[in-house]
Design a protein around this ligand. Structure first.
Ligand code: ZN
Length: 304
């Protein structure tokens, strides 16, 4: 099957160094395989997304030579498909209403490798799903897959992932469910994303099983951290990637991904740098950055 990859930014702000790094890795992985690179705009959450951010993201990608194939898919244009998937899920697996407040969740959730796990408080309490968040009751099974960068990843679904939300209290289909519908619709063969989304990948692989969807391969890129050891994010006010320093940005990104761009590429045009990078793209070097003790890059696997 011909390689089809994608980059799926949420237009709640411009791209920062962390999201640009994921874009670059996913672009190189697709181009090095001679495949197609697609763009998806994850604008399902209309309260957080702005059209002007979407425009800025497209301009940032273009300026860096990260040119996508085909028309970008906008999640906001496919809500009926997500709702159909929800109905399908409802017919196949127990779903239940969850009325827990943020404060209750903070108190009851259990810390696990990929973040907080829901304690199952509302399991079996209410069959009326209207007006409340809807959770999927996960089976007590173990899931595993071979990640192209992180190696074999294994999670006990009930203990380390837990029952997760598939429809929010306001009726919006969750990111997890929308995402698997999108991967299927776009014919994605490999998902390249940040290691902070490993937990999401397990949820999505489980949903793919339940809905009989094709399972893409997965590659989780190490997460870029700021000087305080936090993941770069809009919440942490990470700076927007500057379109005036394309060459520096690309070379810094390649270096952060463990690639070793020659000094002769300094100041070169984006196309020239990317041409070199596609030929030289090396996953073992990328994987080696996980063990890097410099603190600039690490997989988001908490040591506790
Ligand atoms: Zn609950």
């Amino acid at each position: 099957m011909r390689y089809r990859g994608r980059f799926a930014p949420t237009p709640s702000g411009p791209l920062h160094a962390g999201s640009m790094l994921t874009a670059l890795a996913s672009f190189l992985q697709a181009r090095a395989a001679g495949g197609t690179w697609l763009l998806r705009i994850d604008d399902l959450d209309q309260a957080r997304c702005r059209p002007e951010h979407c425009d800025t993201i497209l301009r940032q990608l273009e300026a860096h030579g990260l040119l996508w194939d085909e028309t970008p898919r906008r999640q906001s244009a496919h809500i009926e498909e997500y709702e159909a998937a929800f109905e399908q899920l409802l017919a196949r697996q127990p779903l239940y209403a969850c009325g827990c407040t943020r404060a209750q969740l903070a108190q009851t959730s259990i810390a696990a490798i990929d973040g907080a796990v829901y304690a199952g408080t509302c399991r079996g309490q209410s069959k009326n799903l209207l007006g409340k968040a809807v959770r999927l009751a996960v089976a007590d099974i173990s899931l595993q897959f071979e990640d192209a960068c992180q190696g074999l990843l294994v999670r006990a679904l009930a203990q380390e992932v837990g029952d997760f939300i598939v429809r929010r209290a306001d009726g919006q289909i969750s990111y997890q469910l929308a995402c698997v519908v999108d991967e299927q619709a776009q014919g994605i063969t490999e998902v390249v994303r940040g290691a902070d989304l490993i937990g999401s990948s397990f949820r999505q692989r489980y949903l793919q099983q339940l809905l009989d969807l094709r399972q893409p391969a997965y590659l989780h890129v190490p997460v870029l951290l700021d000087q305080y050891g936090r993941k770069l994010s809009k919440q942490n006010h990470a700076e927007s990637v500057d379109r005036r320093s394309v060459s520096e940005n690309l070379l810094a990104g390649l270096t952060a991904l463990g690639q070793q761009p020659p000094a002769s590429l300094q100041g070169a045009a984006a196309a020239e740098i990317l041409q070199w990078a596609c030929t030289a793209w090396d996953i073992p070097r990328l994987a080696a950055t996980i063990a890097d003790k410099s603190g600039r890059l690490m997989a988001n696997v908490p040591s506790w």
